[in-house]
Design a protein around this ligand. Sequence first.
Ligand SMILES: Cc1cc2nc3c(=O)[nH]c(=O)nc-3n(C[C@H](O)[C@H](O)[C@H](O)COP(=O)(O)OP(=O)(O)OC[C@H]3O[C@@H](n4cnc5c(N)ncnc54)[C@H](O)[C@@H]3O)c2cc1C
Length: 461
Amino acid sequence: MTERLTADIAVVGAGPAGLAAATAARQSGASVLLIDGFAKAGGQYFMQPRAGATGNSQSEAGRQAIAAANEAAVEVLSGIEIIAAYPGFRLLGTGGGRSIVIDARAVIAANGAHDRVTAFPGWTLPGIMTAGGGQRFVKLNGALPGKRVVIAGSGVFLWAVAETLLDKGAEVVALVEARRPSVALASHLLCFPERWLEAASLYRSVSSRVRRLIYGRVVSKALGSHRVEEIILADTRGGPSETLGNFDTLLVGHGFQPNIEVTSLLGCKHRFDDGRGGWHAAADQDGRTSVPGLFASGEVTGIAGYRPAALSGTLAGIAAATDLGFSSGTCRDETGRLKRQLTRARRFGHGLGRLFAPLPVLAQQATDDTILCRCEEITKGEILSAVLEGSDSVHAAKMWTRAGMGRCQGRMCRMSVTACIAEATGRSPEHIGFNRPRVPCRPVALADALVAFEEATEGQT
Ligand SMILES: Cc1cc2nc3c(=O)[nH]c(=O)nc-3n(C[C@H](O)[C@H](O)[C@H](O)COP(=O)(O)OP(=O)(O)OC[C@H]3O[C@@H](n4cnc5c(N)ncnc54)[C@H](O)[C@@H]3O)c2cc1C
């Protein structure tokens, strides 16, 4: 039986952005539904631990944001994934045996980001996971993904992951950063004194406890019979490779990619910027997109971190409610102050994003028989053959080979397939494009999907 719900504003995603957006919109007088696929509100940064697992300072900050939403009487639907979104606005959600059709006058997409995944020979071996996945193990379950861990990739997030694992008692055998320490990074940090303490404390905490800090190398191959046992680290400047062993788990992360399923399904404009995680929803500071009534906030608008996510959420919540005729009671001075804070916080996050953007050498590690699309088991060689036959975009590659047509709808292979086509054709990622998701945009039981579609398409063209 499908439930029908209505609200002035539906907010998709209950991370820092969605919680702030829902709270601000509700405080303005709009009725608000806040929907999240996770079992508990909080999103990635504010992730709430499972019962019995201990939290950390991030989950504590999250508890406060969740309490504020509850106090404002936001209606929270946890454990419900949005699997379809139609203009107008109608959303379909499923989870925990429930099928829900939501009609709303405005939508705020605050559905965050996911790990940026790169393919290299052996990357599908057991014992290898994304950096975000490894951290989630600890934050959600209070359990370690492994005892002796190598963390490799690029970006400050690797340090946060290392700290989480070290605090939980893991041995971090090596932290391998693709970039080398640079003057550009030091100058960027110098411009943001408000972040010095945090940066210094993270550096001290991690560098004093990891066994080895390695710069200027990327994982070029993982070896092992049943699970990962060794990795080859290539020098990004072409120097000799190094073999690393004696670990049980490899976590690889090259930053995040915005989740653009909801904004794509609702048809707003997107832009490409490698420093912001690639394709993201184009929105102004109030979160207004090119589609009237559709707002975007947080990482959906480009990777920048949890501070700008929360600030952009508040602004989107206020703007969405105001556009529907509610009065937020927030004076112009206050929104002006929030916007100045948002500009600065984004400048910091986007600057880091540019400094740690994926290096071209990453795409060169996959060989012809390396699987790029895991769901459909499509290799780099198959993508290259498709390119030779004229396929020069991710959409064409999907039509030719089925890459990106599986359960994850290209979330995992988008970066590798794009890089492969870019390398072979010389086209920019912007021209190679992205695949618009198909409904259902998340894997769900067929029965759930059928019931929801019948209800949702009733009376619609
Ligand atoms: C795995 C991971 C770990 C991270 N860890 C850190 C960290 O330790 N420190 C740090 O500074 N930054 C971290 N980040 C970066 C993080 O994106 C931001 O700092 C911050 O959480 C962004 O807030 P947000 O509200 O935009 O998105 P998120 O916090 O990601 O919240 C988005 C929410 O949307 C929900 N959602 C997504 N799709 C759907 C759907 N279809 N239906 C329903 N709900 C949906 C998700 O369940 C999630 O709760 C992490 C990011 C990821 C992907």
